[in-house]
Ligand binder design. Structure first.
Ligand code: XBP
Ligand code: MG
Length: 255
């Protein structure tokens, strides 16, 4: 069992999209529909327990006395808000508000040069992935990824393992030969349920959360410092494929 594929989460892992992108875009959508609601950073952090933007809206609407009482009306409102949120998100990405986290582009590039397969396994939509990666990596971004599995491709979103099992199937790689990169407890649970080892790059919203099942946890790919267990590479600098291969190998060893 050797490391043959990297499976990337998007939101929180490739970029800090939640606080600086989706949250603000949801607020843009509330404003555009003349609604007085706004999600603070803290409230959005609570709502992230619900994966999926439309599902998150429905969870919030269920708590609001000034939201429509009828379930069908709430559904329609959530759909329209979510549609507008995604347009606002794309506009924010397009004007350069959301760059990739440091170390991400270098690792994608290193993995590609080393012949590793790479896939995306995300709860968000293909349009949102296209907006983010098209802007960050350029129009040829898709050539790095043999599988892009998004929220609309599966019946159940994370923590369900479906995005991971589909990505593995499309890449033709066994779960034991892949490593997932995630930031959230739900994402880690999804990868583990698919039998894939996971490393966690802490994002702002999940900086302190317990993440049971992770093979390694650290502050981000930009630095080898602060990782548990420690990265194998001794020089300071970014996390490299050697570090990932060592964590992956350790995860395969029965304890
Ligand atoms: C990401 C999500 C998504 C995004 C918003 O989770 O839960 O819902 O917050 O995107 P993960 P959509 O990083 O674990 O994949 O509005 O397109 O759902
Ligand atoms: Mg995430």
């Amino acid at each position: 069992m050797s490391l043959r594929a990297l499976l990337w989460d998007v939101d929180g892992t490739l970029a800090e999209t939640e606080r600086d992108g989706h949250r603000l875009a949801f607020n843009d959508a509330f404003e555009a529909l003349g609604l007085p609601w706004r999600w603070s950073e803290a409230r959005y952090g609570e709502l992230l327990a619900v994966t999926g933007g439309r599902e998150r809206l429905l969870a919030d609407l269920a708590t609001r006395p000034d939201a429509p009482a009828e379930a069908a009306e709430r559904e329609a409102l959530a759909r329209e808000l979510h549609r507008r949120k995604n347009l606002a998100y794309a506009a924010r990405v397009d004007r350069g508000d959301l760059g990739l986290r440091e170390g991400v582009a270098a690792l994608i590039d290193e993995a590609a040069r080393s012949g590793l397969r790479q896939g995306i396994a995300t709860t968000t939509s293909r349009d949102n992935v296209q907006a983010l990666l098209g802007r960050a990596l350029g129009p040829g971004w898709l050539r790095h990824f043999g599988a892009v599995v998004c929220g609309e491709d599966v019946v159940a979103k994370k923590p369900d393992p479906a995005v991971y099992t589909q990505a593995l199937a499309r890449l033709g790689v066994a779960a034991a030969d892949a490593l997932a990169l995630e930031d959230s407890p739900a994402g880690v649970a999804a990868a583990r349920a698919a039998g894939v080892a996971v490393i966690v790059t802490r994002s702002v919203y999940f900086a302190d959360h317990a993440v049971p099942g992770a093979t390694a946890i650290g502050p981000g790919l930009h630095s080898r410092e602060g990782w548990r267990p420690a990265a194998v590479g001794h020089s300071p600098g970014r996390v490299t494929l050697d570090d990932l291969a060592a964590w992956h190998a350790a995860a395969q060893t029965p304890r």
